[in-house]
Ligand binder design. Structure first.
Ligand SMILES: Cc1cc2nc3c(=O)[nH]c(=O)nc-3n(C[C@H](O)[C@H](O)[C@H](O)COP(=O)(O)O)c2cc1C
Length: 280
């Protein structure tokens, strides 16, 4: 692998592409997107199917990495791509703890049962889901609105709507009431069936965080590095090591680095689409 392959190149990114599409779109159909009341973001014209297929197909869980470090700009670029994952109500309930201090890393390797994927990884990233930091992220959604004027429905949602949806009250008492009301009202009309309980909130957060973890692993692959997701670890020890708050869930530890020639232990074993896909 040459140095060039893993450099973060400022070439035509999705965003650049989008800007270009918007710029040209304005002259092609004569529509002034700036006067449109609602935000407008057409699909980019390019398609990336083949490159994406190569990234997805070549990602494997790698259990043995070389000694090569991941350049800081590549690591940051991959983390930034992870953060672009979709999340429920844009509440981004994720944290990525990049464990680099040698003492902490050693302890983390032990917490990962000293699996090869952990002992040889250039970087170990603990992917965490937060179930109770949504009020802070809701506030960021208001404070960091990217345009001059924040739409009323956006502000209302992140001040009142999220509280209504995610605040479950002391000992989840409000959640229990919401659940009871929903089960009756839901007989008559479609209703969201949660989250109402502590475990609902875990599932809620972990769904979004797992998407970000996959983005991270695909990003490493796209930049010429590899990864291994690990849930084979002692969550209590990881929590203690990172001094995580009570609402934090350790979703997985991602080991990353350059794939050793013998770093993939098994051929890919996948099953036919008909086992998993239903057209109904
Ligand atoms: C949530 C999750 C946890 C995993 N935990 C481990 C692990 O602790 N150790 C490991 O070697 N692989 C782990 N894996 C990797 C799987 O074994 C691997 O994804 C699967 O065998 C398919 O292989 P592939 O990723 O190369 O396609 C995990 C994968 C996922 C999604």
């Amino acid at each position: 692998m040459s140095e060039i392959d893993s450099k973060v190149e400022p070439q035509s990114s999705f965003l650049e592409d989008l800007k270009e599409t918007l710029r040209r779109g304005k002259t092609i159909d004569g529509y002034d997107y700036n006067v449109k009341k609602r935000y407008y973001e057409p699909a980019p014209e390019s398609s990336y199917g083949e490159e994406f297929r190569q990234v997805v197909e070549s990602r494997r869980s790698v259990r043995k990495f070389t000694d090569r470090k991941i350049p800081k700009d590549v690591l940051d670029a991959c983390l930034d791509l992870a953060l672009l994952a979709p999340s429920s109500c844009n509440l981004q309930p994720w944290e990525f703890h990049v464990v680099q201090s040698p003492e902490k890393k050693q302890k983390l390797v032990e917490a990962c049962m000293s699996q090869n994927a952990a002992t040889t990884a250039a970087e170990l990233i603990v992917v965490v889901a937060r179930t109770k930091n949504w009020p802070e992220i809701a506030k960021l959604n208001i404070d960091q609105w990217p345009q001059e004027k924040i739409p009323k429905h956006w502000k209302d949602f992140y001040t009142k709507g999220v509280k209504f949806t995610y605040w479950q009250g002391p000992l989840h008492s409000i959640g229990a009431i919401k659940k009871a009301v929903t089960s009756v009202a839901g007989l008559f009309r479609p209703m969201p069936r949660g989250p109402f309980t502590k475990s609902d909130m875990r599932v809620w957060a972990i769904k979004s965080v797992a998407l970000a973890a996959e983005n991270l692993m695909l990003a490493f692959r796209a930049y010429g590095f590899d990864s291994c997701p690990m849930e084979g670890m002692d969550e209590n020890r990881v929590r203690k090591l990172l001094d995580l708050p009570r609402d934090a869930e350790v979703v997985m530890v991602v080991g990353a680095g350059e794939r050793a020639k013998d770093g993939v232990y098994f051929p890919r074993v996948k099953f036919d689409r008909k086992n998993f896909v239903r057209y109904v």
